[in-house]
Design a protein around this ligand. Structure first.
Ligand SMILES: Nc1nc2c(c(=O)[nH]1)N[C@H]1C(S)=C(S)[C@@H](COP(=O)(O)OP(=O)(O)OC[C@H]3O[C@@H](n4cnc5c(=O)[nH]c(N)nc54)[C@H](O)[C@@H]3O)O[C@H]1N2
Ligand SMILES: Nc1nc2c(c(=O)[nH]1)N[C@H]1C(S)=C(S)[C@@H](COP(=O)(O)OP(=O)(O)OC[C@H]3O[C@@H](n4cnc5c(=O)[nH]c(N)nc54)[C@H](O)[C@@H]3O)O[C@H]1N2
Ligand SMILES: [Mo]
Length: 703
């Protein structure tokens, strides 16, 4: 059977995993790992599942124009000509009346590849259109990407590590990182399992004892959500008390440590941030904190791998600043087998061309977390524009953005909303026009990995089903109608762009790359900021001091928050005493697959709850419950779970919301409970550690 190289291009923490597709009678029957990529770069179930997505019976296969109320899901089929004419007319109309900034660009990473990346494609299109309002920050790393430049300057972008260097670690601390289920790069899974087999100590600091923790025999430290900063401060306290601080290393590489030290020791007039102080905050006993601090101090080198979860919480800015401090004062920073404590995936990939996005001077923008507020409040709420239209490509913002009820109101308010989609998602249901987008296996492209020094390639495996078209072709056609077709396409077909990107690349043998689908760059053991660490004078950071700024006066000045990382007590509401976490499902990329029967079966959606919390509410395994807070209410089934810190409930993100007439979500969508306020100062989303309450449904509802 012929098989060809592919990758899925999903924003799943892999993005470009090397895969192959087997074809039988013109149909893709099977997706597997690409043997050309060796034993560490492996795909996962989400990639292997591409064919069931491709051939799903409910794919959108023709342009749809809304005929019912927004959200009703009632559309009529339309010709491409009619749908594109309507969109072009409406976009031209909005621009003429209100200016291009009245369109909100809601693109996301449904596809992440070099040409058909949905983010850059829509940005290029809307920037040439005149500069729509764009979203800044990120649902993924909003708080960390805000603070890391204060610590590292521009070099924050090269502060990650290659997964291959995990082989040198004596201890790997997965701090809120569930990498076997929520990938953070293609290679980490195999490397972590290998490290565990070799006898490296794996520590999992997570409110849940995840499969990652179980499979690696990890030491599980169940920290309460949003309390990592307290736990980190207590660990730092012990390192100070035990005199395990590498003072020469700290002095040579950082500034401001003494300010942090004074704070930790309580010389700021506050309490010393001891393990006893942290215990009630993080739910980990002082003895366990002490055991961990001592083991961490003794392990050389120790790699601290912070998940992105620990910054998607109240005051999520602080844990990343403290993770860096921990790696610095233990001397693990910038060393082979250690890490800087930064986001793992911040290292450059191989040189390759990508779709250019032209800049727009003074482009209006809103923090992504607040997009519905910007629509609902406009200038009166301090936002830069009155937003009249929404263009969404490669995202399911209604479902994936915080506070679903607000998102619905925003989508209801605009004059015009359009999206390109594979499926009729909750967001698509609120659009006026839905255009059928081609699937990953229907497009030729170059894959850009989330982390890793390699590239992948895929030819088109099969032509688009039904009337589907690629986002590139759709936007070319619209650009033509709006008068900037030549600028958008630069006269290139999709295939010519791909060749153009290859011509700009470091890939030496294009034919070999096209055949194998895989190119690997020479250096696979890069350590972020290694040069700086070796010689800080010769390779200074671009911070004011040239060093890592543990205390950043600039941060203090610009944000009004303390120059050093501190503990900030989250607000509490006694009506909502349980802390909800909403992690990734291993079976889905975000909301993708929520509509597919097989994935629904595998993902078996339920609210995980500790038996003690359930018993206190008279709830048994499998019972239907109301999960609620001030933002929303859902009905879900409970699954009793011992592998969860008491006081915490867990509802995986991504399930498509299904509202009944009374505003009750009967599906269990995580963002019914989150809100758009965000962290301060980054205005990044808060999706873990959200206060909720659970009550048993009356029998007649549950049965
Ligand atoms: N399967 C799958 N993998 C993915 C994705 C996906 O959709 N599906 N999406 C990708 C994307 S876009 C991103 S940005 C990354 C995000 O990756 P992360 O943000 O790291 O992923 P999460 O699943 O939110 O959280 C990881 C773990 O942190 C735990 N956790 C939650 N809150 C806290 C806390 O406050 N403290 C601590 N210590 N632990 C906490 C959760 O229980 C979970 O086990 O994942 C990528 N990987
Ligand atoms: N409660 C809670 N909410 C979260 C998170 C959380 O941890 N908890 N995680 C957040 C994070 S880290 C992220 S990154 C966001 C992700 O948020 P989104 O990017 O909105 O998530 P997806 O569900 O992956 O949406 C991608 C959409 O693109 C479509 N698509 C796929 N391929 C293509 C294509 O080639 N063309 C077009 N036009 N469409 C395509 C898919 O069908 C899907 O509907 O969610 C955030 N939301
Ligand atoms: Mo993300």
């Amino acid at each position: 059977m012929p098989s060809i190289p592919v990758f899925c291009g999903k924003d799943c923490g892999g993005n470009a995993c090397p895969l192959t597709a087997t074809l039988e009678n013109g149909r893709v029957t099977h997706v597997a790992n690409n043997p050309a990529a060796g034993k560490y770069l492996l795909g996962c179930s989400r990639g292997y599942n591409l064919p069931s997505e491709l051939y799903a019976p409910d794919r959108v296969l023709q342009p749809l124009i809304r005929v019912g109320e927004r959200g009703s899901g009632r559309f009529r089929a339309a010709s491409w000509e009619e749908a594109l004419r309507l969109i072009a007319d409406r976009l031209a109309d909005v621009r003429a009346k209100f200016g291009a900034g009245a369109v909100l660009n809601l693109s996301s990473a449904g596809s992440t590849s070099a040409l058909h990346g949905t983010g850059p494609l829509l940005r290029r299109f809307l920037n040439l259109y005149g500069g729509a309002t764009r979203c800044t920050g990120s649902y993924s790393t909003g708080a960390s990407q805000f603070v890391l430049p204060y610590l590292f300057g521009n070099q924050w972008k090269t502060s990650g590590f290659d997964a291959a260097t995990m082989q040198y670690a004596e201890m790997i601390v997965l701090w809120g990182a569930n990498v076997l289920e929520a990938r953070l790069g293609t290679e980490i899974n195999a490397r972590l399992l290998e490290a565990a087999r070799r006898g490296a100590q794996i520590v999992a600091i997570d409110p849940r004892r995840t499969r990652t923790a179980q499979k690696t025999g990890a030491w599980w430290i169940p920290c309460r959500p949003g309390a990592d900063a307290a736990l980190m401060l207590a660990v730092l306290y012990l390192l100070l008390k035990d005199d395990r601080v590498d003072r020469a290393f700290v002095a040579a590489h950082s500034t401001g440590f003494e300010q942090l030290e004074a704070y930790i020791l309580g010389q700021d007039g506050g309490q010393a941030r001891t393990p006893r102080w942290a215990e009630p905050l993080c739910g980990v006993s002082a003895e366990e904190i002490t055991r961990f601090a001592r083991a961490y101090a003794a392990a050389k080198p120790a790699m601290l791998l912070p998940g992105y979860s620990i910054q998607r919480v109240y005051a999520g800015e602080e844990p990343y600043r403290l993770a860096v401090a921990l790696q610095l004062i233990t001397g693990n920073f910038g060393k082979l087998g250690g890490s800087t404590g930064s986001l793992n995936n911040r290292l450059p990939g191989p040189r390759v061309g990508m779709l250019p996005v032209p800049a727009v001077p003074n482009q209006p923008s809103v923090p992504v977390t607040r997009w519905p507020d910007a629509v609902l409040e406009g200038r009166s709420g301090g936002y830069p524009e009155e937003l009249h239209a929404i263009y969404s490509v490669g995202g399911n913002y209604l479902n994936q953005g915080a506070q679903i009820t607000k998102n619905i109101a925003a989508l209801q308010k605009v004059d015009f909303a359009v999206c390109h989609e594979i499926f009729l998602t909750p967001t698509a249901r609120y659009c006026d026009v839905v255009l059928p987008a081609a699937h990953a296996l229907e497009k030729e492209d170059i894959g850009l990995p989330w982390a890793g020094n390699f590239l992948t390639y895929k030819p088109q495996a099969v032509p688009p089903r039904g009337g589907a078209r690629t986002d590139y072709d759709i936007l070319c056609d619209l650009a033509e109608r709006l008068g900037f077709g030549a600028q958008f396409s630069e006269g290139r077909t999709a295939a010519q762009w791909v060749q153009h990107f290859l011509d700009q690349s470091e890939v030496p043998d294009h034919d070999a790359f096209r055949r194998s689908g895989f190119y690997i760059a020479p250096d696979q053991e890069r350590v972020g900021l290694a040069d700086f660490t070796r010689d800080p004078t010769a390779h200074p950071l671009s911070t004011p001091s040239g060093l890592v700024e543990i205390a950043s006066e600039r941060y203090g000045r610009e944000t009004g928050f303390p120059a050093i990382p501190t503990w900030q007590t989250p607000p509490q509401d006694e009506r909502y005493p349980l802390l909800l976490i909403t992690p990734k499902s291993p079976h889905r990329t975000h909301s993708q697959g929520s509509n597919l029967a097989e994935i629904r079966r595998k993902a078996a959606h339920a609210l995980d709850m500790h038996p003690t919390d359930a018993a206190a509410r008279g709830i048994g395994d499998g019972d239907q419950v109301r999960l609620f807070n001030a933002a929303g209410v859902a009905q879900v089934a409970v699954r009793l779970c011992h592998a969860l810190a008491p006081g915490v409930v867990c509802l995986p993100e991504g399930v498509w919301v299904e509202l009944d007439g009374d505003g009750l979500d009967t599906a269990g969508a995580a963002n019914m409970f989150t809100c758009t306020q965000g962290t301060a100062p980054a205005t990044a989303c808060i999706m873990h550690g959200v206060g909720v309450q659970v009550s048993r449904c009356p029998a007649h509802i549950g049965s």
